[in-house]
Design a protein around this ligand. Structure first.
Ligand code: ADP
Length: 269
């Protein structure tokens, strides 16, 4: 099928692979996995060109996880300039990041948008950000299957042939049930799934190294086997990860308010 020519296709034609990270439930570590995936791909070669787009519009956490809280987006004649993380040597590619978090006046602001407004924001992220040449664009999404997922698919599926998803779950039965709903969504929209990751799979005691299965373990692997998915691996609960993320969070205390970003428009939508 011929790929349609749209502002999104023109912008993303220089992006080789797009990986959408989803989960059935919130709090299972989807954003942590997205951030670590982007950082790992970035570290995989000195020439790797990687971007991360945070479309968790109501709960953006990628800026905090990458230590980029407080940064803003700049407009150039060729579109929005991403915020860059992990500067390498001169001339080497940096990790490009974009998130609604960079557009909020204060870190604690909330975004009160309905579907059409979210759709417009996502289209703008896909068509207006100056990503340049990328090997991978990792997209962090909200939990479940929401307006954001439908918007991504609406704009990307007709124009990008190397689009795929990763599903993140924890081992509990309730999380697995929701991961199944996520999988059934990808099947309904014929989005290829690269595989499944089980997060918080056991807790390794930092003192004695003994593994406790706080939430049971192996459910993700079992689901992958049953559903014919690739099991990409499991990650234990890592107390150091929490400490690092909490430290990043406490850097910039801020008061919460409601975002003024086109708030009236959002209420009309
Ligand atoms: P989601 O995006 O699914 O809502 P997050 O990635 O925001 O979840 O993670 C929720 C919380 O759990 C965060 O505070 C994060 O630091 C923590 N977390 C995620 N994965 C792990 C892990 N493997 N070990 C320890 N803490 C984790």
């Amino acid at each position: 099928m011929a790929v349609q020519e749209t502002p999104v296709s023109r912008r993303l034609r220089s992006v080789k692979h797009i990986i959408i990270v989803c989960s059935g439930k919130g709090g299972v570590g989807k954003s942590s996995v997205s951030a670590q995936l982007a950082l790992s791909l970035h570290a995989s070669s000195p020439t790797a060109r990687v971007g991360i787009l945070d479309v968790d519009l109501t709960g953006p956490s990628i800026p905090r996880m990458l230590g980029l809280d407080g940064h803003g987006v700049h407009q150039s004649s060729d579109g929005w300039v991403p915020v860059y993380a992990d500067a390498r040597g001169a001339g080497e590619p940096r990790l490009s990041c974009m998130s609604v978090g960079f557009l909020l006046k204060k870190k604690g602001d909330s975004v009160v948008w309905r579907g059409p407004k979210k759709n417009a924001m996502i289209r703008q992220f896909l068509s207006d950000v100056r990503w340049g040449e990328l090997d991978y664009l990792v997209i962090d999404t909200p939990p479940g299957t929401s307006d954001e997922h439908l918007s991504l698919l609406e704009h990307l599926a007709p124009v990008h042939s190397r689009l795929s998803a990763i599903i993140v779950t924890t081992p509990q039965a309730v999380a697995l049930l929701d991961a199944m709903k996520c999988l059934s969504f990808t099947r309904a929209v014929t989005l290829p799934v690269l595989g499944l990751i089980e997060n918080m799979s056991g807790y390794v005691c930092p003192c004695c190294g003994e593994i406790s299965n706080v939430f049971s373990t192996g459910g993700g692997e079992e689901m992958a086997r049953r559903e014919g998915l690739r099991f990409l691996g499991s990650m234990p609960i890592d107390t150091e990860l929490v400490t690092l993320l909490d430290a990043a969070e406490s850097n910039e205390p801020d008061t919460a308010s409601t975002a003024e970003v086109d708030r009236d428009e959002s209420l009309k939508a």
